[in-house]
Design a protein around this ligand. Structure first.
Ligand SMILES: [Zn+2]
Length: 401
């Protein structure tokens, strides 16, 4: 777990609403502890059930976001469970019988009750306490993290103001503040069979969920068309299906975006140079047979994110002319014509490789040739030559200012 903290900036009335939410958390927690004390054999489930009753009984408790309320119950249960645990272990002396909290200072939300506006660095709390939208003050950019990585959002009251903590689930690579040179480079070929293949021989498959979502989208689209009335005012049913369709569509495109972003970040993290083809998406999508895979692979998004992270982390990204990358033999340079269905590149020179991997190798070669003399001898022996590449290639390279 990793915590990102920002100071919150809002109006007095918003701070008061936060206070109210925190007070409610304490109220719910203490009520639950009291319920356990007064009852017999009260278990975790009973306490959760009790909290539901509380929310109905006390209007202000009902206003608290449901995940925040859940978390308050969890706090109560943690105290009780700790006591049980101590008893079981037969610890001598005090067993830590649950006490009532008097100075609760935070309210914690899970996956709901808040919404991020990353561009403006704002967070909006959507519970009924009317906390509203507050500005996030801090240097670390939340933009690098994906929504699903945010496990919890905690608002903490401190002496000098209010803070917002994002509790993230990450692996170590994600939190490296500055990326050290890896002295590695990679060419990627955005293929038809794979999401992409790289010059190290790795292939990344297309995400499965898109295929599933696609079926659903088609179904919704058909339903929508059936309800369409030409030349008339559209029915409520039509509008409803249309809304459903666009919602589903939005969901898929977000999923794709997240996937592309994740992969792009990985590529940037593990390489100093990334070369790829400068493909014109529009031209390719016109070809119907290819279009599905291409949309599917969402590689225009991949490219966008590679370039975005490339600038951000001062890594070099090069778009090369997409000529013959899959036909050329990486080993001897001979053109080996093959149709789309031929998956393996086999050359008379004795070289054989997965079609897309061969292409990825060619892409890397094109991206670096003329810039690094020793390229073919040792893929990794270029370390210090970075400055030569920066600004010197005519391709579409991006560099940090
Ligand atoms: Zn060859």
């Amino acid at each position: 777990m990793f915590v990102l903290e920002y100071k919150l900036k809002g109006k007095l009335i918003q701070y008061q609403a936060i206070d109210e939410a925190i007070r409610t958390v304490q109220f719910v927690r203490n009520k639950c502890v009291r319920y356990w004390m007064d009852g017999k054999n009260i278990g975790q489930k009973d306490i959760y059930r009790y909290a539901t009753i509380l929310r109905k009984e006390f209007k202000f408790a009902g206003k608290l976001n449901s995940t925040a309320c859940q978390q308050a119950v969890e706090r109560a249960w943690t105290a009780i469970a700790k006591f049980y645990d101590n008893c079981k272990k037969k610890i001598k002396g005090k067993k830590g019988y649950p006490k009532f909290s008097k100075r609760t200072r935070s309210v914690e939300f899970k996956k709901s009750g808040w919404k991020l506006d990353r561009d403006a660095k704002r967070i909006k709390f959507t519970d009924k306490n009317n906390i509203g939208e507050l500005k996030l003050i801090g240097s670390r950019d939340l933009f690098y993290f994906q929504e699903f990585q945010i496990q919890r959002v905690r608002v903490v009251k401190r002496a000098d103001g209010y803070y917002c903590q994002f509790i993230l689930k990450l692996d170590v690579r994600d939190i490296t503040p500055e990326l050290k040179p890896t002295k590695k480079m990679v060419g990627i070929d955005v293929g038809l069979k794979y999401f992409y293949a790289d010059s190290n021989g790795n292939t990344i498959n297309c995400p499965q969920y898109y295929r599933k979502a696609e079926k659903r989208l088609n179904r919704l689209n058909r339903r929508k068309s059936k309800k369409f009335r030409t030349g008339q005012k559209q029915s409520k049913n039509y509008l409803k299906t249309r809304r459903k369709y666009s919602k589903a569509h939005l969901k898929v495109s977000r999923q794709r975006e997240e996937f592309a972003k994740q992969k792009a970040l990985r590529l940037i993290q593990s390489n100093d140079l990334i070369a790829y083809e400068d493909l014109k998406v529009k031209n390719l999508v016109k070809n119907k047979k290819l279009s599905k895979s291409i949309n599917d692979a969402a590689w225009s998004q991949l490219r966008k994110w590679i370039e975005y992270f490339g600038v951000k982390y001062s890594k070099l990204t090069i778009a090369i002319e997409p000529n013959y990358t899959s036909q050329d033999c990486f080993n001897c340079g001979k053109i080996i014509k093959k149709s789309l269905s031929v998956r393996t590149h086999i050359c008379q020179c004795g070289y054989s490789e997965d079609r897309d991997v061969n292409a990825a190798l060619n892409i890397l070669k094109k991206g670096t040739i003329g810039h690094i003399g020793t390229w073919s001898e040792d893929l990794n022996a270029w370390g210090e030559n970075v400055s030569i590449i920066v600004g010197s290639n005519t391709c579409n390279s991006k560099q940090s200012q």
